[in-house]
Design a protein around this ligand. Structure first.
Ligand code: PEP
Ligand code: MG
Length: 566
């Protein structure tokens, strides 16, 4: 099995078509008739623009306006007076059209590739595409025609450039596998728009998969199985059919309000771990982001990310969300999330140790850098700040004090931010839950982190199998704390969400409706499912269910009872 980045959901079973780039080798030469060479270049550009416009039209029909704009952008790029002018200058100086084009395009490719933000890096792929397109015309090389692929084809390529993808349609292409590209690459965006399962960044995919070979592409898990046996094909065909059936059914809930059967409305957000995940939040019809775990930015590296790097990441998520709410959680390290480069001393009990907001309040510069980056990004969207692992009111006050300090510094420097940015906390420790009445007076919102709340309440490590029988958010103790947190939030007029995994548990949903929750934040694939479950409950039925549940004495009784009503 090969693994890569899961870039477009679903299962595809088909035969491999390897897309290999044609050789575009040539021998650079000096030209004497520069006028004729200029004309040759201009003709090639014209053919390129005509072809690209035709491909864009095709793409508009198969995938939509937005995807076609990528190709239309190529026409504008090559017509850009600077790029075209410089190429023509080189030709006038005696270079052949191929060499002049390659020289200028390579310059732009290097420049765009070294940019910090992924969107600019994508431009490099656009310029590469332009270069290949025009070089092919100049050299008379035929481009690969994906549009001619037979039904049931899985495309395997080093890289899929936008012009290659123009011929893709979901009638013939059942899967995409590439060696490069992330969730925001053109291939990924297009695959999602066409609903073709895709796994990207698979090492050596081209050499490991051969043309005509049967493969299974699991775009949800990010895996590719080559030459599967009958049992595997049967298993994945079942999985695919189940996926398609469920998706068709859930599609009825796309674009609908998140509303109970008796008309109470809720916000339904997504949890994300990277800025690119915000695309999944949008694709899955989430109404915003209820938890952006910022740890990813700090992991797998040797030093802290600086303010600008963090700012770019938060801004990117905000821009993708286009004004929809984005709750950014400040650094939640420690416990199971170690950052070796911080050189923190080994602890006997890391989950109870020097972590999350505790670490940040003792390392104020690190904390302020993150707060500054979040505040700067708040000028680009509806951003809220959330502190993790709060246990005392002082932590909230000190955190808010730091936000105020950073706001003052930004104002003095004339940097824009949202003056009224909301500040909330994760209620995920037993202490925060018990003193929720006190904390609610200091916060703009709560978000219940049941993953940790369950662990801390049950005194049981969420990753330890030996005590996993205790680890359930349906334990009477945990449910009492959840109810208390929501009641305290409601009494103080602040919204209360839940971003722990329990928010998507069909057994938990009626209880949350009854307790008075206002927001659910779940993983992207769960959005439509949760919207559907909410729509099946009236407040009255939910109240009855919750009343019964709260009268029961054990998790087992609660679970068994809920099994009879859902
Ligand atoms: C939680 O604890 O419920 C939560 C959402 O945070 P994390 O899983 O990142 O600890
Ligand atoms: Mg947590």
């Amino acid at each position: 099995m090969l693994n890569g980045t899961p870039a477009s959901d679903g299962i595809g079973i088909g035969r491999v078509m390897v897309i290999e780039e044609n050789s575009l080798d040539y021998t650079p030469k000096t030209v004497t008739d520069t006028e004729a060479e200029l004309q040759r270049f201009k003709n090639a550009v014209k053919i390129f623009c005509d072809n690209t416009a035709a491909q864009a039209e095709l793409l508009k029909k198969s995938a939509g306006e937005k995807e076609a704009e990528i190709l239309e952008g190529h026409i504008q790029m090559i017509k850009d007076p600077y790029l075209a002018g410089e190429i023509e200058k080189l030709i006038s100086d005696g270079q052949c059209a191929e060499a002049a084009l390659e020289h200028m395009c390579d310059m732009f490719i290097t420049m765009f590739s070294s940019a910090d933000d992924e969107l600019t890096q994508q431009r490099a792929s656009d310029v590469k595409d332009i270069k290949t397109g025009i070089l092919s015309i100049l050299l008379g090389v035929k481009e690969v025609k994906i549009s001619a692929a037979p039904k049931g084809t899985v495309i395997v390529a080093k890289e899929l450039t936008p012009s290659m993808t123009a011929g893709i349609n979901n009638e013939n292409i059942v899967g995409i596998v590439t060696e490069t590209g992330g969730k925001t690459s053109h291939s990924a965006i297009l695959a999602r728009a066409l609903e073709i399962p895709a796994v990207l960044s698979v090492n050596n995919a081209v050499s490991q998969l051969s043309a005509g070979e049967q493969v299974i592409v699991d775009g949800t898990e990010g895996s590719v199985i080559s030459s599967p046996d009958e049992t595997l094909i049967e298993k994945y065909t079942k999985k695919r059919n189940e996926y398609l059936r469920e998706r068709r059914e859930l599609e009825n809930y796309r674009g609908k309000k998140t509303m109970s059967a008796s008309g109470e409305e809720y916000e339904l957000f997504c949890n994300i771990g990277t800025p690119e995940d915000a695309l999944n939040a949008i694709d899955s019809n989430g109404e915003g982001v209820g938890l952006f775990r910022t740890e990813f930015l700090f992991m797998d590296r040797n030093s802290l990310p600086d303010e600008d790097e963090q700012f770019s990441a938060y801004k990117k998520a905000a821009l993708i969300l286009k004004g929809k709410p984005l709750i950014i959680r400040t650094l939640d390290i420690g416990g199971d999330k170690d950052l070796p480069y911080l050189g923190l001393k080994k602890e006997e009990n890391p989950f109870m140790g020097f972590r999350a907001v505790r670490y940040c309040l003792k390392n104020r510069e690190t904390f302020k850098t993150q707060i500054r980056a979040i505040l700067r990004a708040s000028a680009f969207g509806d951003i809220k700040i959330m502190f993790p692992l709060v246990t005392t009111v002082e932590e909230v006050r000190e955190g808010k004090q730091l936000v105020e300090e950073v706001k003052k510094e930004l104002s003095q420097n004339g940097i824009q931010f949202d003056e009224n940015i909301k500040i909330g906390i994760m209620t995920e420790t037993a202490s925060a839950a018990v003193i929720a009445d006190i904390l609610a007076k200091e916060c703009d919102f709560f978000s219940i982190g049941t993953n940790d709340l369950t662990g801390y309440t049950m005194a049981c490590d969420r990753g330890n199998n030996d005590v996993s029988y205790l680890y359930s958010a349906l334990q009477p103790s945990v449910l009492r704390l959840i109810r208390h947190i929501i009641e305290c939030g409601n009494k103080n007029g602040i919204p209360v969400g839940m971003c722990g995994e329990a928010a998507a548990n069909p057994m938990m949903i009626p209880l949350l409706i009854s307790f008075g929750i206002t927001e659910f934040s779940v993983s992207a694939p769960s959005v439509l499912k949760v919207r559907k479950i909410i729509s099946t409950w009236t407040k009255e039925e939910a109240d009855k269910t919750a009343e019964k549940v709260m009268s029961l004495s054990s998790e087992k009784e609660i679970y068994n009872y809920l099994k009879t009503v859902i």
